[in-house]
Design a protein around this ligand. Structure first.
Ligand SMILES: Nc1ncnc2c1ncn2[C@@H]1O[C@H](COP(=O)(O)OP(=O)(O)OP(=O)(O)O)[C@@H](O)[C@H]1O
Ligand SMILES: [Mg+2]
Length: 255
C-alpha cells in the first residue's frame, strides 16, 4: 500500500476528531528516531463520523497548529480511517501478475465494496499464494473519493502538500513491523483507541490478517462524564485525563 516512511522533508499528520498529531521521523541505522511530535486539541464536532463537517474551522486549527509547532516542512502524509469511508479486506483471487490485477482490480473489488466502485479509490497488495493451487491472497483497500478529497483539500488549504494518503490501520501495522520482531505463527492484535474510532488490525507472520474500524471510542467516556457531573466538554476531557476539576475527583469514591 502507500508506505513511504521517513524520507527527507516529510511529516506525518494524523487528523483525529479530537486531536491533531504531527510526527517526524529520522531514518537511522537499523530503524527510525523520533525527531518531532506535537499535538493540538480540536474543538468538538469539526469531524463527525470520519467526515469533515466544518472545514473552515479545521483549516484554521491546522494553520494555528503549524504555526505553534513551528512546522516548516510542507510535504505531509495523512491517514484515513472509519467504517463509513474505508474498506479493507483480505480476499482470495485466481493467481495473476501485479500488472494483470492492476487491470482487473476494479472489477474484482466490486463485489467486496458496499459503495459504487466509481466512487472509491482502490489499491491492493498481493500477499502471496494460498494453499489451494491457483489462488492467491490479496489485501484490498478502498477509500471513498469524496472523503479523500475532503481531507486533501483541507490539508492544501492549510498550506501543506499532501504526498501520501494511507489508511490508519496500515500505519498501525507499519509501526509494529518496524518496532517488533515477527513471532512466527502468533496472532497479534494492534488496537488504536481514538475519540470516535477504534482501529483494529490483527497481524500474523508480519502480515495483516484482519482489519476493522469501529465507530466506538473514548468520547463515549467524555460524554458520560459530561452528563453525570454536568460538565463542559473541555472540563470532562481534563477529568478523564486524571485532573481534579470543579470539585470532582478523578478517583472513584472509597467505600
Ligand atoms: N489519559 C487518558 N485517559 C482516558 N482517556 C483519554 C486519556 N487521554 C485521552 N483520552 C481520550 O482519548 C481520546 C483522544 O484520543 P485520540 O487523540 O487518539 O483521538 P482522535 O485521534 O482525535 O480520535 P479519532 O481517531 O477517533 O477521530 C479522547 O476521547 C480523550 O478523552
Ligand atoms: Mg485517531
Amino acid at each position: 500500500m502507500h508506505m513511504f516512511f521517513g524520507g527527507k522533508g516529510l511529516f506525518g499528520l494524523d487528523i483525529g476528531s479530537s486531536c491533531i498529531k504531527a510526527v517526524q521521523l529520522r531514518e537511522k541505522r537499523g530503524g527510525y528516531e523520533l525527531e518531532f511530535f506535537e499535538t493540538f486539541q480540536l474543538p468538538p464536532e469539526l469531524i463527525v463520523d470520519g467526515s469533515i463537517i466544518d472545514s473552515i474551522r479545521l483549516v484554521e486549527a491546522l494553520k494555528q497548529f503549524i504555526k505553534k509547532a513551528r512546522i516548516r516542512t510542507k510535504n505531509v502524509a495523512i491517514g484515513l480511517a472509519g467504517h463509513t469511508s474505508v474498506i479493507i479486506k483480505r480476499i482470495s483471487l485466481p493467481e495473476m501478475s501485479e500488472e494483470e490485477l492492476e487491470e482487473s482490480i476494479k472489477f474484482e473489488a466490486e463485489q467486496y465494496v458496499p459503495f459504487d466502485i466509481e466512487d472509491v479509490n482502490v489499491d491492493f497488495q498481493i500477499l502471496g499464494p494460498k494453499e489451494e493451487p491457483g489462488q492467491m491472497d490479496v489485501m484490498l483497500a478502498a477509500v471513498k473519493k469524496d472523503v479523500v478529497n475532503e481531507y486533501v483539500s483541507v490539508v492544501r488549504e492549510a498550506g501543506l502538500r499532501p504526498v501520501v494518503v494511507d489508511v490508519d490501520a496500515f500505519a498501525l501495522s507499519n509501526m509494529h513491523e518496524i518496532n517488533y520482531d515477527i513471532e512466527p505463527g502468533r496472532n497479534i492484535a494492534l488496537v488504536n483507541v481514538g475519540a470516535h474510532t477504534i482501529n483494529l488490525n490483527v497481524v500474523k507472520n508480519g502480515m495483516s490478517v484482519f482489519t476493522r474500524d469501529s465507530s466506538i471510542g473514548a468520547s463515549g467516556v467524555t460524554e458520560a462524564l459530561q452528563k453525570e457531573f454536568h460538565l463542559s466538554y473541555e472540563i470532562s476531557e481534563r477529568l478523564q485525563r486524571g485532573e481534579a476539576v470543579e470539585n470532582v475527583s478523578p478517583r472513584a469514591p472509597s467505600r
